[in-house]
Design a protein around this ligand. Structure first.
Ligand code: ZN
Length: 225
């Protein structure tokens, strides 16, 4: 079984289309998303439509939940402004979709018990970077493979108890590489293949400006920060 783990698409339709193209060339059976379908970029409804069409299995990220309740409380001002913009622009169908996202997912990939959470098994908003990825997190959810998002920084960390991965972000990478990031997992062959995919950043920046979203949200995409 071949799975593509993606995360933090954040309404960046140009990046998502490029990643779906790449996924299409790799014989993937299932796409699994670790949360934050929306927020930051200007295409929430189109992104949700592509998720539906490609049968992407997704959990809810903190931005998805914030958009549902139209509140950016506790977020920085730029993130909060984007949440409120998203909430104003969601179609009723998109709102229903976001409301229906589950908080986390447990499944088997091949024989590997796998758990998917946005921040951590403890807290949707906790940032787990590679140095924080300890076996305790695997024990907490009884999984041998734990898939996390939220930091927008990719890694694969193997511990004596199992593996913790973050596919990075499709729509707003923050590790200094502006290309969209995702991870292929093959339960039978080489287990993890990190992928980086170029997309039309100029078009994304122009759409952010056109929507009157904060211009910083476009600028940061150019540096992958
Ligand atoms: Zn995010």
């Amino acid at each position: 079984m071949r799975v593509a783990f993606i995360s933090d698409v954040h309404s960046n339709i140009y990046a998502l289309e490029a990643v779906l193209d790449d996924i299409g060339r790799h014989g993937i059976d299932q796409i699994i998303h670790a949360g934050d379908v929306v927020g930051y970029c200007a295409f929430p409804n189109q992104t949700i439509e592509l998720f539906r069409r490609n049968r992407v299995m997704s959990i809810a990220g903190n931005h998805d939940q914030a958009a549902v309740i139209a509140s950016g409380m506790g977020m920085n001002p730029v993130a909060s402004e984007a949440v409120l913009w998203t909430a104003r622009n969601l179609t009723p169908e998109s709102l229903q979709y976001l409301k229906g996202l589950r908080p986390h997912m447990d499944m088997f990939i091949g024989a590997v018990r796998t758990s998917v959470h946005h921040g951590s098994p403890r807290d949707k908003k906790e940032y787990i970077f590679e140095e924080d990825a300890s076996p305790d997190l695997l024990r907490a959810c009884g999984a041998r493979l734990l898939v996390l998002g939220h930091t927008h920084v990719p890694y694969v960390k193997t511990t004596h108890f199992g593996t913790i991965v973050n596919p990075g972000s499709v729509g707003q990478p923050r590790d200094g590489d502006p290309r969209a990031s995702y991870l292929i997992c093959d339960s039978t062959k080489e287990p993890f293949i990190p992928r980086r995919v170029e997309y039309d950043i100029d078009a994304t920046v122009a759409s952010i400006d056109h929507a009157h979203l904060p211009s910083f949200l476009g600028e940061r995409l150019r540096g992958g920060i």
